[in-house]
Design a protein around this ligand. Structure first.
Ligand code: HEC
Length: 411
């Protein structure tokens, strides 16, 4: 029974590894093509239908990249497509969401001070929000607003801010940020799956059938591509933010999220301009710095979401078995002596402003809710306490191990 915790942990790690690799492949190729697009130049003697070309140097050779805007007069036998990078990033990301947030919904997804949800309700809201988000986005793009590039961007931005606020009213701060990232990334991946690739396929089919391809499909795909470009950096911020409680766990976390989307635009704009060889707009970095400082400042406004006034002493049903276990008293003592100087609402350990990763062991409810993590961090591995600063003994680790394993086994 208790081995399951270990298998689950490794499954999470394997999936994270896979997810990061596919994301690097996706974002890497996407950055590459955006830069290439900006770098294309007209040159004398380009073949018919070619919009521009760029010479590139890499890996001991020279590449001469040319872009046909609609399609070349004739298709070569083999075409290399770029789509699996995106699909696999989404699929592995969704698996991670399931392993971490659906698997431990009571720990990571639900904050009963924010909204008292059952696990299945929280999971349903999570899945529904991702799919409905795409439908709303796609409808907006196809509506008359979609004709106006910047007008559309402004409307989409407002929609994202509303989502940021909405998620913080439903989930833990950590899950809210992660969902905002997943929501945005779902739009990006769905853009590839439902719009960009199908449109390209229409063009290819037209050519094979000897029809003249309609340039409209390429133009639509390009617009979606532009959105993906500006959304990439915020998604990465949200995905990484779960290591930084100051970003997600403070009162104005949804405003922080709103500013993060703006940083995505200011930073990308610099690169887009430079790649188009249109100068170096330093103001974008100044704007980014101002936004970042504003975010830092917002994160210092005291947290109010988690009802710090009245401490929660209740124990969620799923964790009762850890509290009722015969070894709990001795395990609690170990945690209080060896962990609590750091993992508390107001850490006494030098240099810690907040409980690391927002993991706190102030009440029985908090201790049992983290039973599996305590087991993995301090009993099965020696990751905690860091550098064993609080000098936990092997016997005390054995107590934590015995507690978790016997409670999980139901004895
Ligand atoms: C000196 C301060 C300190 C002490 C003592 C300490 N921790 Fe931590 N703990 C940290 C820090 C810092 C992190 C964040 C590590 C990181 O960012 O990867 C952390 C993270 C954690 C996490 C979250 C891990 C994750 O990746 O989500 C758990 C669980 C945890 N500690 C459990 C414990 C337990 C159990 C003990 C006592 C046996 C303990 N800690 C003692 C500082 C401490």
């Amino acid at each position: 029974m208790y081995e399951l915790g270990i298998v689950w942990e490794w499954l999470g790690f394997a999936m994270r590894w896979f997810h990061v690799i596919t994301a690097i492949a996706w974002i890497g190729s996407s950055f590459y093509f955006v830069a290439l697009d900006h770098g294309l130049r007209k040159a004398p003697g380009l073949p018919e239908g070619v919009y521009g070309e760029e010479w590139q140097v890499h890996g001991g050779g020279f590449y001469r990249m040319q872009k046909y805007l609609v399609a070349p007069p004739e298709l070569p036998e083999h075409l290399t497509w770029f789509k699996w990078e995106s699909y696999m990033t989404w699929l592995s990301g969704f698996c991670m969401l399931a392993i971490v947030y659906y698997g431990s919904a009571d720990l990571f997804l639900i904050d009963r001070h924010v909204l008292d949800l059952e696990n299945w309700q929280a999971i349903l809201i999570s899945i529904a929000s991702l799919s409905v988000g795409w439908l709303i986005y796609d409808t907006l793009c196809k509506s008359p607003i979609g004709k106006n590039t910047w007008g559309l961007m402004a409307v989409l931005y407002m929609a994202l801010v509303v989502m940021a606020w909405g998620y913080t009213q439903i989930f833990t701060g950590r899950a809210a940020f992660l969902h905002l990232g997943a929501f945005t990334a779902t739009i990006m991946s769905a853009n590839v799956f439902f719009i960009i690739i199908p449109n390209q396929k229409i063009t290819v089919a037209d050519m094979i059938a000897g029809r003249t391809p309609d340039p409209k499909f390429g133009i639509i795909a390009k617009q979606r591509s532009l959105h993906n470009n500006y959304l990439t950096l915020p998604v990465l911020f949200f995905m990484l933010s779960n290591h930084y409680p100051l970003a997600f766990g403070t009162k104005y976390n949804w405003i922080i999220a709103a500013l993060v989307f703006l940083m995505g635009v200011t930073i990308r704009h610099w690169f887009n301009t430079v790649h188009a060889r249109k100068g170096k707009p330093l103001w974008t970095w100044m704007a980014t710095a101002v936004l970042f400082i504003l975010i830092m400042w917002l994160s210092t406004v005291p947290k109010m979401l988690s009802g710090e006034e009245e401490q929660d002493v209740s124990i969620a049903p799923a964790f009762q078995k850890f509290a009722q276990n015969a070894h709990f008293d001795s395990a609690r003592e170990v945690v209080q002596v060896r962990c609590s100087m750091c993992h508390t609402a107001e850490p006494v350990y030098d240099g810690l402003a907040r409980a690391p990763k927002d993991v706190m062991f102030d009440t029985d409810g908090e201790i049992v809710a983290h039973a599996r993590e305590i087991y993995l961090q301090a009993a099965r591995s020696h990751a905690m306490p860091p550098g064993n600063v609080s000098e936990i003994t092997p016997e005390e680790r054995a107590i934590l191990k015995g507690w978790y394993e016997s409670a999980s086994a139901g004895s």
